[in-house]
Unconditional design. Structure first.
Length: 146
């Protein structure tokens, strides 16, 4: 198992336009594991036989699995450890299939100093296809004064 190395950026370190990307190949074991953890055993995710009869023709990853890759960026890289999710919007635009490589990107689009909030544009792509997009608001710790 490989994890992103942890980064800690404080509110004072952030600036509008900063970005971070995490790329992950979606494996069958990831999708099965996500189903086990969440209890979402929809056969569109787990059964090739069932999925073949759908418009997708193949198994697809859970939408929230893909969204979880955004959480990985926020929690480990931008802004990183110590960031606290306040909100997240999501638009699912295209399916993610087993074997796809998802690029999860987060960009700082606004900083609210008095509340220590960062507004982040979030997007996941498979190749050039945007499969998910949304916006997150996170509380970011201030650097300790001392």
């Amino acid at each position: 198992m490989s994890f992103l190395p942890l980064e800690t950026l404080y509110f004072e370190d952030l600036s509008v336009g900063m970005t971070e990307v995490y790329s992950k190949e979606v494996k069958s074991s990831d999708v099965v594991g996500f189903a086990e953890i969440t209890g979402d055993r929809n056969p569109i995710h787990l059964s090739e036989h069932f999925a073949a009869k759908t418009p997708f023709k193949n198994r697809i990853a859970h939408g929230l699995y893909t969204a979880g890759l955004i959480s990985a960026v926020i929690g480990t890289r931008l802004p990183g450890s110590g960031a606290i999710y306040i909100s997240q919007t999501l638009k699912f635009l295209a399916p993610v299939r087993i074997g796809d490589t998802v690029d999860a990107m987060v960009e700082v689009v606004e900083l609210v100093d008095e509340r220590l909030r960062a507004k982040l544009h979030c997007q996941c792509k498979v190749g050039e296809t945007v499969v998910l997009e949304g916006e997150a608001v996170v509380k970011v710790p201030r650097r300790e004064q001392g």
